[in-house]
Design a protein around this ligand. Structure first.
Ligand code: SAM
Length: 248
């Protein structure tokens, strides 16, 4: 089954990277159906205006509601099962691996990346009452526009779709993956040669002892999480911790 993704933006050309690498191949294989729309196609003035000055004053411009509503209505049409509408904004709920997994289970996502100071809030009020709408942030920083955020989300979701990754186990081993490694960052990884510039690969990885290797990887994941994201350790399911974990 393929996932459909629609993106409405004033910079459709921003999404060229979605033809490259893993996501590009997923599209070629028919696992992902990406359709990018020019928001200005739903304007009716000669300048194809999508923004105006903010009510209440202040710097910057705000995206007008009319082009957005016409565009969203045209994309959604009379669909019996409408898409989940995703609006990137720094003031949204955090986009995490858990949200990516949730989205990967959806048949259809519609992204509405803004520019300027964002979209007139009535658009979210209107579609929040008609569709399932999420306002999501990809991190605590401010981008110039939502396009880069959409690229991030489509890549994070796309690689989770069945058939996209050659080896489904890589998803299970990822940082933040659900299960025994939930909330843990992935530890260091190594490849050949076994010695490089005098630096050896940890001998245990060459031992062939799969139990010991799994234990070593978990220890390293715990250490890295403690060093880089100590707040994540508090989220670990106590039932999934063993005595050795507690010692690390
Ligand atoms: N004044 C807005 C604020 O402080 O919330 C920032 C607007 S930003 C310059 C323009 C657009 O970029 C936003 O409407 C959103 O679509 C996108 N954007 C910026 N930072 C983002 C983030 N961290 N996550 C998701 N989208 C973001």
């Amino acid at each position: 089954m393929s996932m459909r993704v629609d993106i409405i933006s004033i910079f459709p050309e921003y999404f060229a990277p979605l033809s490259v690498s893993l996501i590009g191949k997923a599209r070629q294989k028919g696992l992902l159906d990406v359709r990018v729309h020019q928001l200005r196609d739903w304007t009716h003035d000669v300048h194809r205006t999508v923004d105006d000055t903010p009510y209440g004053g202040g710097p910057g411009m705000v995206m007008k509601p009319e082009p957005w509503s016409e565009a969203i209505d045209a994309v959604v049409g009379a669909a019996a099962s409408p898409p989940r509408l995703v609006v990137p904004t720094p003031s949204g709920r955090p986009f995490t691996q858990r949200v990516a997994l949730e989205y990967a289970g959806e048949p259809w996502l519609l992204f509405a990346p803004a520019r300027y100071e964002g979209i007139d809030a009535r658009v979210m009020a209107e579609y929040g009452s008609r569709l399932r709408l999420d306002e999501v942030s990809i991190g605590d920083y401010v981008l110039a526009g939502g396009e880069a955020a959409v690229l991030v989300m489509v890549e994070a979701v796309g690689r989770l779709l069945p058939g996209v990754l050659g080896n489904a186990r890589s998803v299970a081993d990822d940082s933040f993956a659900p299960g025994a490694m939930a909330a843990l960052l992935e530890g260091p990884v190594y490849t050949k040669p076994p010695v490089w510039r005098g630096r050896e690969v940890p001998p245990i990885l060459l031992s062939g002892n799969h139990g010991a290797i799994a234990r070593w990887r978990r220890d390293e994941a715990l250490r890295r999480t403690a060093a880089h994201r100590p707040e994540l350790l508090a989220l670990l399911d106590p039932d999934l911790l063993d005595k050795r974990d507690r010692a690390v």
